[in-house]
Design a protein around this ligand. Structure first.
Ligand SMILES: Cc1cc2nc3c(=O)[nH]c(=O)nc-3n(C[C@H](O)[C@H](O)[C@H](O)COP(=O)(O)OP(=O)(O)OC[C@H]3O[C@@H](n4cnc5c(N)ncnc54)[C@H](O)[C@@H]3O)c2cc1C
Length: 408
């Protein structure tokens, strides 16, 4: 059977793939979106039930298609975000084929050939939109054992999914911090191994952080001005939205640990870096307050309480360097240790030695091959729902521009 031919093939039907489809539709360009599961699959099956979007409802929008809501300052659930992406796709009849996985992509003449679970497709242009967070990363630290369930944050759904007993959460980025809090509130004994992070104030001087960032242009910070510190950012939309303060978690019963370093039998060993990790997080928090003070000028109400810092609890002043997992009653180790790329199916010389795509603002060195939805692809907001449309528009311009040149 001859291969199907399309002008542009978009791989992935998450927020990025749908935003790309929208931009090509606006320009009248023929294209197809292939999604191996369902539209917005990761918001359906790889996020936990209690997750709240980190951006308030008023700020969540695709171009010309805002999130419907009854409270602008509330934070949407993962299910609401999935339904919103689905509704956006339907609003312009995005040509999405669900349940079709691309298993290989290679060059063919001046275009590309994609092997899929539903046959072969030839394309003149390809936009890879398979997500910034593709493959769960779990360090090879704890061998499998019968008495402890190990799972990655992407497989966590709700507290009652976990077996009885204490939970060791490894990692304190957006996922680890929020899941550890949720489990503590559910009455679980939580041990949290804290990594390098930057914590930000949820609100300051009467305004949400995203309002400050949107109005001052921070969300549009170009990748060329990205700071050297690329550690994960923590603040939460759960429970009405709040700043994360790990010392406050201790007051609720959580035990903080340094970096998980090694395991010997029942004993897990932790680094002597907990105080330093918390200090690093604090530094980002107070630097943000300083920056917002400059933006606020003298017109807005002051908020001195935001600068109060809780005293270091005993687990910080006298760090626990080893934990007997059995004696501590650990029934689950939850790895909130991040994600890696999984581009092994791209049989084109476009990846660097770490497996990351070589691209600038989503444009690769291979003519006609683009990436969309990568973290900091062109700007701070590139991998966010509201920001991805800007990058999609840039790529659509490239695709339509290159077409005009080719047909003149
Ligand atoms: C815990 C967590 C919380 C987050 N919270 C926020 C937030 O509050 N606000 C925000 O803006 N961002 C948030 N993000 C970041 C980001 O917006 C999401 O990860 C979002 O899902 C990225 O959308 P995407 O379309 O780029 O990729 P994805 O949602 O990952 O979509 C990629 C799609 O490609 C499909 N796919 C993959 N491989 C193939 C293949 N070979 N063939 C066909 N289809 C394929 C997948 O099934 C998937 O549906 C969060 C991320 C995480 C992990």
């Amino acid at each position: 059977m001859p291969a199907e031919c399309v002008d542009t093939l978009i791989i992935g039907g998450g927020q990025a793939g749908i935003a790309m489809s929208h931009q090509l539709t606006l320009r009248g360009r023929q294209h197809v979106v292939l999604e191996r599961a369902r539209v917005a699959e990761r918001w359906r099956s790889e996020r936990w039930d209690g997750l709240r979007f980190q951006f308030p409802n008023w700020s969540v929008t695709f171009p010309g298609f805002p999130l419907p809501h009854s409270n602008p300052d509330a934070f949407a659930s993962a299910a609401e975000i999935a339904a919103f992406i689905d509704a956006f796709a339907r609003s312009f009849a995005a040509p999405v084929r669900t349940g079709v996985a691309v298993t290989a992509l290679r060059r063919a003449g001046e275009g590309f050939l994609a092997e899929t679970s539903a046959g072969v497709i030839e394309a003149r242009h390809v936009v890879v939109a398979t997500g910034p967070y593709q493959r769960p990363d779990i360090p090879a630290l704890l061998p499998p054992r019968d008495d402890i369930v190990q799972l990655h944050a992407s497989a966590y759904r709700a507290p009652d999914q976990l077996p009885e007993g204490a939970v060791l959460v490894v990692g304190s980025g957006a996922s680890g911090a929020q899941i550890a809090e949720e489990l503590t509130r559910a009455g679980r004994q939580i041990y949290l191994s804290v990594g390098t992070h930057r914590r930000f104030p949820r609100r300051y001087r009467g305004r949400d952080l995203i309002r400050w960032w949107t109005d001052s242009g921070v969300t549009r910070t170009p990748v060329e001005k990205r700071g050297a510190d690329q550690s994960p950012v923590v603040f939460s939309g759960a429970y009405g939205g709040h700043s994360i303060d790990f010392r406050a978690f201790v007051a609720d019963g959580m035990v903080l640990l340094g970096r998980a370093e090694s395991v010997d039998g029942d004993i897990m060993y932790f680094g002597d870096d907990l105080a330093a990790k918390l200090a690093h997080g604090d530094k980002a928090y107070f630097a943000t307050l300083d920056a917002l003070d400059v933006l606020a000028g003298t017109d807005m109400p002051d908020e001195p309480d935001a600068r109060q810092r809780l005293a270091d609890p005993a687990c910080v002043t006298h760090p626990i360097r080893s934990l007997d997992l059995r004696a501590a009653g650990i029934g689950t180790v939850l790895w909130a240790t991040g994600y890696g790329f999984d581009f092994g199916w791209i049989e084109i010389d476009v990846l660097d030695p770490t497996g990351a795509p070589i691209q600038r603002h989503g444009v690769s060195e291979v003519p006609g091959l683009y990436f969309l939805g990568l973290a900091w692809q062109s700007a701070l907001g590139s991998a966010t729902l509201t920001g991805v449309g800007n990058d999609a528009a840039l790529i659509a311009e490239r695709i339509t521009g290159s077409c005009r040149v080719g047909t003149e």
